[in-house]
Ligand binder design. Structure first.
Ligand code: ADP
Ligand code: MG
Length: 339
């Protein structure tokens, strides 16, 4: 059984950046307005995420890292939303199968916080000889999850990581994109032991302001907002689309960017990317690419549920019509800006 769980874990957690994505989505789901991430050795030594969300009830701690343990079924009362990406209470379990997990959490109603350690899905003592029960501890409202020694039990996987700085850059990339998409939340990411964070955004910001902070003011100022009045083709498909995209006179010397969120999860769709990129070919110099941030909200029953959790590439029903609609929206935005 452990082997099966370990294989499942390796499928979901390929590298530190996958773990961070799962952990920060949990923090967002918990209603956090502040998320602080600390990283050691590209996340291979330590990934720590501290949030100010609703916390975890003490009674939920014993089974927290069990596979399929999720508190989100009843909350959304929408099985389809959970099925959307194939994740149903598997993320935290997976992290516990490939690292040492410590959870410190406090709900608003709790007088004190609780600390618990996990390994391979189960509560374990913090030191040999102690009971594995959650222990009372001083804590702020919210949750701090630390994953230490990622892949300590998987020498092969661990050896595959040649460069901690590359892993750290992937982590920064994921957080940067979530910060653009979730500007209501304050984000911090830093290397352990350093004073200056590499990412720091204020709470109650906007996507454009966060783009300015994280990607630069020149880019932020030249992006076009997709106009709401042109969203009819998408609305007809029961979807919503928002975003910020390069305009025809953008500074193409800068690196392009691609941020696609579907139902608030960062995903890939090579078909959408290709279709949107092709709108720019008329004004793009060779080798350049546009900067595109798109947020699509689609009826979850229309997003392909058969996508395996290993792949971030998504497909959905009516994909051709959806792509056509998205292209129409971006095209209208570009045309409007050129007049
Ligand atoms: P899922 O997100 O699909 O429910 P996870 O394995 O990611 O599954 O998380 C399991 C459960 O742990 C969540 O349903 C939630 O109840 C709880 N949880 C995890 N992280 C947090 C957090 N940062 N704050 C509050 N609850 C959390
Ligand atoms: Mg989750």
């Amino acid at each position: 059984k452990d082997v099966i769980n370990q294989i499942a874990a390796a499928e979901i957690i390929h590298r530190p950046a996958n773990a961070i994505k799962e952990l920060l989505e949990n923090s967002l789901d918990a209603g956090s307005t502040s998320i602080k991430i600390t990283v050691k050795e590209g996340g291979l030594k330590l990934l720590q995420i501290a949030d100010n969300g609703h916390g975890i009830n003490k009674s939920d701690l014993p089974l927290l890292c069990t596979r399929y343990a999720t508190s989100k079924l009843s909350k959304f009362s929408d099985l389809e939303r959970l099925q959307t990406y194939g994740f149903r209470g598997e993320a935290l379990a997976s992290v516990s199968y490939c690292s040492h997990v410590e959870v410190v959490t406090k709900t608003r109603d709790d007088g004190c916080g609780w600390k618990a350690h996990y390994q391979d899905g189960v509560l374990v003592p913090s030191k040999p000889g102690l009971t594995p029960d959650p222990r009372p501890t001083a804590a702020n409202d919210g949750t701090v999850i630390s994953a230490e020694d990622l892949f300590y039990n998987n020498a092969l996987r661990k050896r595959a990581f040649k460069s901690p700085s590359e892993e750290y850059n992937r982590i920064l990339d994921v957080i940067t994109k979530y910060a653009v998409h979730n500007p209501h939340c304050a984000w911090v990411c830093k290397k352990a032991g350093t004073a200056l964070p590499d990412i720091s955004t204020p709470a109650a910001s906007t996507s454009r302001a966060n783009i300015s902070l994280l990607y630069g003011a020149t880019l932020a100022n030249e992006l076009l907002e997709l106009p709401k009045t042109t969203l009819d083709p998408i609305e007809r498909l029961g979807a919503r689309c928002e975003g910020l995209v390069s305009n025809a006179n953008s500074n193409w010397a800068r690196k392009g960017g691609w941020l696609l969120f579907i139902n608030h999860r960062l995903v890939d769709s090579s078909r959408i990317k290709k279709a949107v990129d092709s709108l720019y070919t008329a004004f793009l110099p060779k080798g350049a690419s546009p900067w595109v941030y798109l947020s699509l909200e689609i009826d979850p029953s229309k997003v392909d549920v058969n996508v395996s959790p290993t792949k971030s590439e998504v497909h959905f029903l009516n994909e051709d019509e959806m792509i056509e609609a998205i292209v129409a929206v971006v095209q209208t935005a570009l045309a409007g800006a050129n007049v």
